[in-house]
Design a protein around this ligand. Structure first.
Ligand SMILES: [Fe+2]
Ligand SMILES: [Fe+2]
Length: 208
């Protein structure tokens, strides 16, 4: 694990079969929020690292971009260890959590809604990443201007703690968003991130 940006910690699971690094992030505030869980097999490595960072604090939320093994495969184990943590997700993801018997205790958000306290304001943006191309989320933390890009801005390879520099328009154009929808591109260009906390590959510092 590594402190990658301000109070954001990055953890990394590497899937050797596909040579892919999958990142999870923990925002270490009074109400700590974890972004993604990694796979079920990796949960036993992730849980002690989270405990080490949290010390006596309780994990408050687990944000899930969409229902896939690297984004929430370890959710069942994490909820066993951190029973007070509440998953935050889209309606479609919530349906999967119930359907797979993982949990029925979650906070379900709509696109454009936020999860807000005095330390962060996380806005949820539609991201057609769920089964049948229904919407999951990508998320933008407005106070720190961190964009949690999930599977957009995607690079194969074994990366941990690495940051490259770029500009936002270029990243949007290269992100694959245009292949998904013009609306997604338009939604992305409305935000102004300073840092991209990617799901896979190096993170990105956005130059002015
Ligand atoms: Fe995914
Ligand atoms: Fe992913």
């Amino acid at each position: 694990m590594i402190k990658i940006y301000e109070d954001l910690i990055q953890f990394t699971e590497v899937l050797p079969v596909v040579n892919l690094a999958c990142h999870q992030y923990l925002l270490t505030t009074k109400e700590p929020i974890l972004f993604h869980t990694g796979t079920a097999a990796y949960a036993k490595e992730l849980i002690p690292q989270i405990k080490k960072v949290l010390k006596n604090k309780k994990l408050k939320y687990i944000y899930i971009s969409h229902f896939e093994s690297d984004e929430c495969g370890g959710l069942f184990q994490l909820l066993n260890e951190f029973p007070e943590a509440i998953p935050v997700c889209s309606e479609i993801t919530a349906r999967q959590l119930i359907g797979f018997g993982i949990t029925s205790n979650f906070i379900q958000k709509l696109p454009g809604e936020t999860l807000k306290n005095d330390e962060y304001e996380l806005e949820f943006i539609e991201y057609p990443s769920e089964v049948h191309l229904w919407n999951g989320f990508i998320a933008f933390e407005k106070k720190r201007k961190i964009f949690f890009s999930s599977d957009l801005v995607f690079t194969f390879g074994n990366f941990h703690g690495e940051i490259r520099e770029s500009n936002w328009e270029k990243e949007v154009n290269n992100s694959g968003a245009l292949d998904i929808s013009q609306k997604l591109v338009d939604d992305l260009l409305k935000i102004n991130p300073k840092f991209l906390a990617t799901g896979h590959g190096p993170c990105v510092k956005i130059l002015e």
